[in-house]
Design a protein around this ligand. Structure first.
Ligand SMILES: NC(=O)c1ccc[n+]([C@@H]2O[C@H](COP(=O)([O-])OP(=O)(O)OC[C@H]3O[C@@H](n4cnc5c(N)ncnc54)[C@H](OP(=O)(O)O)[C@@H]3O)[C@@H](O)[C@H]2O)c1
Length: 380
């Protein structure tokens, strides 16, 4: 039996993780949950999974939840960063699924690692902002980071514990998003409604917009660098519109191993929780005869400048990836509110990166300061 804490239980990944837990009640025990403000859904999750500790984003939400739970003493209810950290470092948890969006996941992930918890990592922004710190801390504590992102789960499985010297290249596949073939001159007029329609995946709003700008793929390149200890030149992005091959590894002898499957996040979530075992499930199977065709093309970096910006930020290193990520979070939020246009997202990120004075080998305080600065600058 694995005791699991989830931060971000009401989101797309969190809900799918609880689906996996519901199908594996003999193997997964949910001990703690954290969410933001979706109290109704959280209440349902509490009744169904009976966690002992629960956290929400604000005091108001915590009071609302306590009222709804009545005289029940269990679960204990907390809120804010303190609550998020308590859920992440909960003493009974063996593994923590980090499924919040954005750098709000950074501190709880670090605290979970300090507390010796294995991490099932969906929250890629944490590794983008503070990859070196997180990987060093995990190594020092002997903690495992199991990827949840479908591409990184694929690479992890293709690597199959082969030594680093056997690997020549990681090939990250990208669906290309809804605007792969959209007329370039019309791109500034893309609305949030248009951008929220992803062709292959059902996801939270922020990652869906990141997929439409290809920033998501850029964040994944940085995530891959840290998870697998490769150089940026060794990570190739290939547009593969069908999202059947989730990623590939090329080895020094020219062999290429690919991971295939239907686009359903419950598969990589389950593998991160079941590792080193594979559990059976009742999800639909891949039918190659109905897929018929697998296509590949290079990403268009002029049309999707976010991917280029992410490679630049990653190669510059230091505090620059944290700045890229924070500026992007602000720009995406403003785009979703209709305050800026689609192509203002890369423009904002570019402008903020241009103004940033990089600190190389940053400590946590430097990263948090760079994140705050980039948010203010992007807001302006
Ligand atoms: N969705 C996917 O298929 C997918 C695939 C690969 C990787 N990822 C990564 O997984 C992460 C989550 O993505 P998602 O699509 O699941 O996002 P999402 O649907 O937007 O869910 C975000 C979750 O975080 C919670 N949250 C937000 N702010 C919070 C705060 N201050 N304190 C506590 N909880 C907070 C939300 O709670 P409320 O809703 O209650 O406010 C929600 O449970 C992202 O880093 C994303 O890049 C997602």
């Amino acid at each position: 039996m694995k005791n699991v804490s989830i931060i971000g239980s009401t989101g797309s990944i969190g809900r799918q993780a609880l689906d996996v837990a519901a199908c594996n009640t003999d193997k997964i025990n949910i001990v703690a949950l954290a969410a933001g403000s979706n109290i109704e859904l959280l209440l349902e999750q509490i009744h169904k999974f009976k966690p002992r500790l629960v956290s929400v984003a604000s005091r108001t939400n915590a009071e609302k939840l306590k009222q709804l739970l009545g005289d029940n003493k269990v679960p204990e209810i907390m809120y804010g960063t303190e609550g998020l950290i308590a859920v992440a470092a909960y003493s009974d948890a063996d593994i923590v699924l980090t499924a919040v969006t954005g750098t709000v996941g950074l501190l709880p992930t670090l605290k979970a690692i300090e507390a010796g918890k294995d991490i099932a990592l969906a929250n890629k922004e944490t590794l983008v902002a503070a990859g070196r710190l997180v990987m060093e801390k995990a190594a020092a504590k002997g903690v495992n980071l199991y990827p949840v992102d479908s591409e990184h789960s694929a690479i992890w499985q293709c690597l199959n514990s082969e030594p680093r010297r056997s690997v020549s290249k990681l090939i990250l596949t990208a669906s290309g998003g809804p605007f792969r073939n959209f007329p370039r001159e019309k791109m500034p007029f893309i609305t949030p409604e248009m951008a929220l329609k992803h062709p292959n995946w059902e996801m939270g709003h922020k990652i869906t917009i990141d997929s439409a700008t290809l920033m998501n793929k850029g964040l994944e390149v940085i995530e891959a660098k840290w998870l697998f200890g490769v150089r940026f030149e060794e990570v190739q992005v290939v547009v593969h519109a069908q999202s059947i091959i989730h990623s590939m590894v090329e080895f020094v002898d020219g062999s290429v191993i690919a991971h295939l499957g239907i686009p359903d996040m419950r598969i990589p979530i389950q593998y991160a929780l079941s590792y080193p075992h594979r559990w059976p499930n009742h999800l639909p199977r891949l039918d190659l005869l109905s897929v018929q065709q697998l296509t590949f093309e290079p990403p268009d970096l002029d049309r999707f400048p976010c991917l280029k910006l992410a490679y630049q930020a990653g190669s510059t290193g230091g505090t620059m990836p944290a700045v890229l990520n924070a500026a992007n979070e602000v720009a995406v939020t403003r785009f979703l509110k209709g305050e800026i246009g689609f192509m203002d997202i890369p423009a904002t990120v570019h402008n903020v990166m241009e103004k940033h004075r990089v600190i190389s080998n940053p400590e946590l305080d430097d990263i948090l300061a760079a994140d705050r600065w980039a948010r203010e600058e992007a807001g302006r």
